[in-house]
Design a protein around this ligand. Structure first.
Ligand SMILES: Cc1cc2nc3c(=O)[nH]c(=O)nc-3n(C[C@H](O)[C@H](O)[C@H](O)COP(=O)(O)OP(=O)(O)OC[C@H]3O[C@@H](n4cnc5c(N)ncnc54)[C@H](O)[C@@H]3O)c2cc1C
Length: 363
């Protein structure tokens, strides 16, 4: 098959896109495109233990566990201050799938991209989806280089997977809208870690909640989550304003005080719960965040990205590119979304100390 014709075109080479490519390349000609030439630094690093099963099935788990330099740090569990001042601990000691992996997210994505290339996927890094149309039972996709905007590439694909994250560029390009549940955003920093304890910490506050976790390379991530319309923009504009806010929370203050050297301020990113109104259609499917994006409180986004890619692979292997894929996949996503909304409600409902707009919206 030429570079311009493919069985499956995947738009987005993040976790969902790479896992889909790796799982499908033995049975199909797969092309993967990502607008980034290289993965970038991102928050979102606690990988649920259940993901080990998928990584093992694809022959990646041992390589990841033995990777040098390390891609992850073992995370013993979660300590939370939620619903009361009492510390609550959920450890992973008895989890049959093992511990949470606190990933160096960028290194993990660099690793996945390498596996994708080694296993024979046709890759276009630094190319963004530009236009799409359905002609003669195929998708005609135009890509534009982000390096040299004048360079276009046309690819004809029998099936398209939208793995472009919460922007869901392909689905949006064909007119599918996104259902938005809330206005949550996250503001985050990285700082040197000086604690032995590798548990993550969650702590609620009057107008949102805090999260901190240890990641590889001696670093710690710290993030504040609130609704975009409830916080003064200036409070999350600089490292200093973030630190001032963090000092108002007892647990974060402790972690900040022990940091000896400079912090890196990463600004804000969308963290709200959203879902495509239609997650699949004629010869296309959206996976990972492109289909549904979760509140980071769930720590399930990356696992869902992998699991949705594997669900799709099974359906394609059973039904080819027939309409049954879209029907079964849509049912599966609807069930996951219903479960997710129920759990989100239960989690937020467990915190009743704060009388503020942020918490009232969630009760
Ligand atoms: C604050 C925060 C904290 C989080 N914490 C956790 C956590 O602890 N644990 C967890 O499991 N999850 C967490 N998540 C969620 C997790 O980060 C996402 O669920 C996960 O990244 C989804 O992966 P994905 O591959 O679907 O999408 P993405 O990782 O967003 O990948 C999409 C890819 O598509 C590419 N792309 C986009 N548009 C185009 C285009 N037009 N053309 C070509 N390529 C394109 C992008 O460059 C990107 O590489 C968190 C999220 C947030 C916001």
């Amino acid at each position: 098959m030429s570079d311009n014709k493919t069985d499956i075109l995947i738009i987005g080479g993040g976790i969902a896109g790479c896992i889909a490519a790796i799982s499908l390349v033995d049975t199909h000609h797969v092309t993967l495109v990502d607008k980034l030439s290289q993965p970038k630094e991102r928050i979102g690093e606690s990988l649920a233990p259940a993901a080990n099963r998928i990584l093992d099935e694809l022959g990646l788990l041992k390589e990841i566990e033995n990777h040098s330099p390390p891609i992850f740090k073992q995370n013993l569990g979660m300590q939370s201050y939620w619903g009361s001042d009492q510390l609550q601990i959920v450890d992973h000691m008895r989890n049959p799938d093992g511990f949470v992996k606190s990933l160096d997210r960028k290194a993990f994505e660099v690793y996945l991209r390498k596996v994708v290339e080694d296993r024979g996927v046709n890759c276009f890094w630094g190319s963004a989806l530009y236009a799409s149309s359905y002609e003669d039972s195929c998708w005609e996709i135009k890509l534009r280089s982000v390096v040299d905007e004048s360079t276009d590439q046309q690819i004809s694909a029998e099936f398209v997977i939208d793995a472009s994250g919460r922007q869901s560029h392909f689905a949006r390009s064909i007119g599918v809208k996104r259902q938005v549940e809330d206005k949550l955003l996250a503001c985050w920093i990285t700082l040197p870690n000086v604690q032995e304890n590798t548990m993550s910490t969650i702590s609620s506050s009057s107008n949102g909640w805090w999260y901190s976790s240890v990641v590889p390379n001696g670093k710690r991530v710290m993030a504040f989550h609130t609704d975009s319309d409830l916080i003064e923009k200036s409070a999350l504009k600089t490292a200093q304003s973030f630190i001032d806010l963090a000092k108002e929370n007892e647990q974060m203050k402790m972690l900040l005080n022990e940091a000896k050297s400079a912090m890196e301020f990463h600004g804000t990113t969308a963290a709200n719960s959203t879902k495509l109104e239609q997650v699949a259609g004629k010869q296309w499917v959206a996976i990972g965040d492109a289909a549904v994006s979760f509140d980071p409180l769930s720590s399930q986004g990356m696992f869902n990205a992998m699991a949705s890619a594997m669900q799709l692979q099974r359906l394609i292997n059973e039904f080819g590119f027939a309409d049954e894929v879209s029907k079964h996949y849509t049912n599966q996503v609807e069930q996951i979304w219903a479960h997710y909304l129920k759990h989100r409600s239960l989690f937020y409902g467990a915190e009743r100390r704060w009388k503020s707009e942020f918490w009232e919206r969630r009760l």
